[in-house]
Ligand binder design. Sequence first.
Ligand SMILES: NC(=O)c1ccc[n+]([C@@H]2O[C@H](COP(=O)([O-])OP(=O)(O)OC[C@H]3O[C@@H](n4cnc5c(N)ncnc54)[C@H](OP(=O)(O)O)[C@@H]3O)[C@@H](O)[C@H]2O)c1
Length: 248
Amino acid sequence: MRVLILGGTTEASALVAALARRNGVVPVLSLAGRTERPVLPDVAFRIGGFGGADGLAAYLQNEAIDAIVDATHPFAARMCWNAAQACARTGVPILRFGRPAWAAVPGDRWIDVPTVEAAAAVLGESPRRVFLTVGRLSLPAFGAAPQHHYVVRSIDAPEDLSMLPHRRLLLARGPFDAEAEEALMRAEAVEILVTKNSGGPATAGKIAAARRLSLPVVMVARPPRPSMPAAGSVEDVVAWLEAHRSRP
Ligand SMILES: NC(=O)c1ccc[n+]([C@@H]2O[C@H](COP(=O)([O-])OP(=O)(O)OC[C@H]3O[C@@H](n4cnc5c(N)ncnc54)[C@H](OP(=O)(O)O)[C@@H]3O)[C@@H](O)[C@H]2O)c1
């Protein structure tokens, strides 16, 4: 059974590693190619877009793919729709495998916003010291609020940061624990955190640190996804694949 895993996430990497050890399942990991030094798996992989839903449908047929697991990032807003469309057209079954969103707990001071543009607007007129952890591709939106001092954290260096005249760039890849995040936020005199609601433990430390420091958090909501069956663990994905494998 050939399984295409749409990746770019720690969930996808964990799934690929688990499936590589199973008989009868051949995982193929697909990456968009956004990260300069991606963590590559020991199994078959491909890098780059498919060319929309049509390109993906053709790929599914040419490569004799039996099932897709959509393990893309919760903020990858387009790929999931393309995949749902291509699967509807070809009859290939698809499963969503992703992390639940973070939920506020007592002590959190979240300001919920629908988009990164709204996040930039909600920072207000007066200059503030902002810890900005939205991913380098979403940084241009904050050019609309250039008065703030931004501590920008990103895995890869952003191409252009000139729209943020007052900034400090930190290049780092998680996981980040709460203690280190708290120390960083203190050292940078951060007044407010901006984050996407990515979910998952690897980057949750900043949320806990903001809670401890009683700092507000601008929380960008996830974009909508198509409805499809979903799994919350590698074991659930394996069970779903087994159920489809045993079908005639
Ligand atoms: N957005 C984030 O905040 C974020 C954070 C961490 C990781 N990632 C990962 O980075 C990748 C790109 O994110 P994005 O926000 O640009 O996604 P997107 O908006 O959903 O996708 C844009 C286009 O990139 C291609 N693409 C996306 N994911 C792909 C994959 N796994 N394999 C092959 N092609 C893919 C597709 O091109 P075609 O139409 O040509 O097929 C898609 O139409 C995703 O794989 C995602 O899991 C994203």
